[in-house]
Design a protein around this ligand. Sequence first.
Ligand code: GRF
Length: 196
Amino acid sequence: LSVAVLISGTGSNLRALLEAASEPGFPARIVAVGADRDADGLAHARDFGVPTFVVPFRDHPSREAWAEELGRRLDDIAPGLIVLSGLMRLLPPALVARWSPRILNTHPAYLPEFPGAHGVRDALAAGVSQTGASVIVVDDGVDTGPILAQERVPVLPDDTEDSLHARIKPVERRLLIDVVRRIATGELDLAAPAHT
Ligand code: GRF
């Protein structure tokens, strides 16, 4: 299974996926890493010899124009699966429709709790004792797609957004790698995802 990963930030989850995919026997390979800006995380792809591309959001007059260029790049790559791993942009419905359900997103909360761009901060502000990590199929909503995997992560009394996010990310990475593996082996059918 060929996988294209899209990021915007540090790409620590991407790095975990690159490491897993470089293990002998892993049934998927990362064929490209793209970003909406010159993201630091692109360095991880270069470390693993994976081609990268950038479609700068700010170079385009609209989200739709940006997504059209991103869509052309993805069509050229023609991956079997797209993984959004810290891409901090909403994809317009046309792009989602082109790829769903073979497009996943990782989210640092226990969806449907705390969707959106600040899931960690929102959980902390809500004062909950546990939050989580989720891997979903991207649909037209904001973090509203079918849940493929999720796991609870405790919130500690002295947590900051950073310390809580740091506890969530390893769980996110483990869930993401396992979901990609199960899609690659056919164990998980994206057309009929059963939340395990
Ligand atoms: C991850 O927690 C992801 O779910 C969220 O942003 C974070 C990206 O972290 N959308 P990184 O860039 O993989 O370090």
